[in-house]
Write a new protein. Structure first.
Length: 356
């Protein structure tokens, strides 16, 4: 008769199951099984990231924000940067510190944190550098916190670190109903800037007005409409800065709408990535045109953006001066529905996943 040599009298097979469960625990994650439509997404059990080393922190994710980059990654058009997981999407999250590496000094298990990562956030656990985390204000629940990092860090970095927007200046925000758009409107207003905005629909602009819009216009399919509006709002001067979340289709009109020494921040290529324009328009006005992306930056650059976010934006969130805007909340099991909602272009604010 077989005699087990393992404790508790369990068999070899049972011990293998016990050992694997203890030393190789599983977690649920959204997995890109095939590139293409939402049917290529599945919720599967995969190995939980190992205990973190060095300055890494393992976070038990409670909620994760959904971004258009996740859709593009699912479709095979926007792979995660080298070294990041390629089949688990997700660039922002909120959760609790689970374990910390031996060199971590800023965080302890149990703290509520939110942050950014190149990929992998739409899972029960994610491992990130400690420098890309910030503490969640007590005023925010998990879903609200998950709707913050990517859009508020992007908006703050683009408007203030790069475009150097200042009190009394004017800014035009395209795609006012997007996550970055609603964050940018609030941050610009809090900084004392005059805020204008565009959207394809009047309905979204009406929803955005309470966040601090001075003027707005629904442009439909013709960006020339906002050039005339800007000239009217500014008595022909133009705006000091533009945050473009649309892309190629707006480039020529953007240059026309900017004031001398104006700054154009290119944040999205939703309407395409290639455009032509008259160089003399930029030269004669001494314009500054800057492209920016958060996902592909180095850890050091992300740490700097996160530190400035924690210093300047988190207190505004804690005080209720600015707030996350949520369109809909889905459970992780309904990941396909969440993607379909974001792709519909009917959203106002963020789509968020709760990860039980």
């Amino acid at each position: 008769m077989f005699q087990s040599h393992f404790p508790f009298g369990i068999s070899h097979f049972s011990f293998f199951i016990y050992y694997f469960a203890v030393y190789h625990p599983l977690m649920k994650a959204a997995i890109i099984v095939t590139h293409g439509g939402v049917e290529g997404l599945e919720i599967r059990e995969v190995t939980t990231p190992a205990s973190p080393g060095a300055d890494r922190v393992r976070v038990r994710v409670r909620a994760a924000g959904l971004n258009r980059a996740d859709i593009l990654q699912r479709m095979g058009h926007y792979p995660a940067p080298p070294g990041a997981t390629q089949d688990i999407p997700g660039m922002e999250f909120a959760g609790e510190v689970d374990r910390v590496g031996p060199e971590v000094r800023m965080w302890q298990p149990g703290q509520r944190v939110f942050g950014i990562t190149a990929a992998g956030a739409q899972a029960e656990y994610v491992v990130v550098p400690e420098s890309t985390l910030a503490e969640i204000p007590t005023t925010l629940d998990w879903a609200e916190a998950a709707a913050v990092p990517e859009v508020f860090i992007t908006a703050h970095d683009a408007l203030f670190t790069q475009a150097d927007l200042r009190m009394g200046e004017s800014v035009l925000v395209h795609a006012a109903g997007s996550g970055v758009g609603t964050a940018a409107i609030q941050l610009a207003r809090a900084a004392g800037a005059k805020v204008f905005a565009t959207s394809r629909t009047t309905e979204k602009l009406e929803k955005a007005k309470p966040f601090g819009l001075d003027e707005s216009i629904a442009v439909g399919d013709d960006p020339r409409h906002f050039v005339a509006a800007v000239n009217n709002w500014t008595n022909g001067k133009g705006v000091d800065a533009i945050l473009d979340l649309v892309g190629a289709a707006y480039l020529e009109a953007n240059l026309a709408a900017l004031a001398p020494r104006g700054r154009l921040m290119l944040v999205s290529t939703a309407s395409g990535a290639k455009a032509t324009f008259d160089l003399s328009a930029a030269m004669s006005k001494r314009l500054r045109i800057t492209g920016t992306v958060l996902r592909a930056r180095s850890t050091e650059e992300k740490a700097t953006a996160t530190r400035l976010f924690a210093r300047h934006v988190v207190p505004l969130l804690a005080g209720g001066v600015v707030r996350p805007v949520i369109d809909r909340i889905y459970k992780l099991a309904h990941i396909r529905g969440a993607h379909a909602r974001l792709e519909s272009n009917e959203t106002f604010g963020k789509v968020v996943l709760l990860i039980d």
